[in-house]
Design a protein around this ligand. Sequence first.
Ligand code: DP6
Length: 360
Amino acid sequence: MIAATDFIPSAYSQTIDKGQFQWSAPSNIALVKYWGKKGNQLPANPSVSFTLNNCKTITKLAFAKKINTGDFSFDLLFEGKPKEDFKPKIQKFLERIEIYLPFLKDYHFTIDTENTFPHSSGIASSASGMAALAMNFMNLERTLNPEMTEEYFYQKASFLARLGSGSACRSVKGEVVVWGNHANIQGSSDLFGVPFPGAIHYNFKNFQDTILLVDKGEKQVSSTVGHDLMHNHPFAERRFTQAHENLDQLITIFENGDLDQFIKIVESEALTLHAMMMTSIPYFILMKPNTLQIINAIWKFRNETQIPVCFTLDAGANVHVLYPNKVKEKVLQFIQDELVGYCQNAQYLCDEIGVGSVQH
Ligand code: DP6
């Protein structure tokens, strides 16, 4: 089994004074949710997600050798302009990953980042952002150590991304990504995400995710606070066990393409995530009235048409509408006719399953 210490490098064979890389990484949508952590950014239960394609962060990393004065040195640009409020998060990320990338204090970095989705759309950019940054840092490490294998490159990128934001480790590589030890998924690890190794039925090919923007406001509960709510939560242990069971069922569903069973697991996971927030101390309701309107409208539409469309939620009010590619036209029409009215400023984003990070 791979241990965190396996990602501490020995001496590098190459040097480089300056240069730049550019990588993009997408967001992802969890089917079995990560909610609760232990130790150093390790998940309390395994999760699985679809990698998205259109909602992504594009990050350019420029680096120039400097004298190591014992501090990190970096500028942070968001859409080309300096963005001071993002810096503490990056500083913390660098501190966490320094032992795995011992060259970090030898360079001055300019991190220039932008998202393809609207700013403050209520869509978390931490997953795509941390993954894109981790890819760039790994590109630099691979330049210093060209012998590293492709497998090590992606595993360590995911490992680093995880230290920035847990769900970011699922945005590095693969269409369906598992993060967290699961007895029946070979290669699964708490340390990094891995492409789901089993068979995936044609029904999930080009699977669609339309994100309905119900509430674009600042997150009511930060993810750090949210995960913390699972400590001493009365239902925590049962919930963690349930995540293992749901993932076990999904292994079969991915293989046989049973969309009815898929819907049951995915919607139950979304509501369980919110149930955990409603039953923690302090407690939160993160759904809005329009979130419930949308859920009910989806259920009615599904009952009436038998079209296999379902929803999932993150830790907020926005709704991800999930459906197979073959019913795309009908579902988009339904969204336009019946769901757009529940979105803030009628806004929604069309996305679909994608492959992960890409070098530009
Ligand atoms: C509800 O990955 O944002 O989206 O590790 O603290 O950065 P941190 O948390 P984060 O949590 C995401 C939680 C979730 C479910 C999921 O994506 O699995």
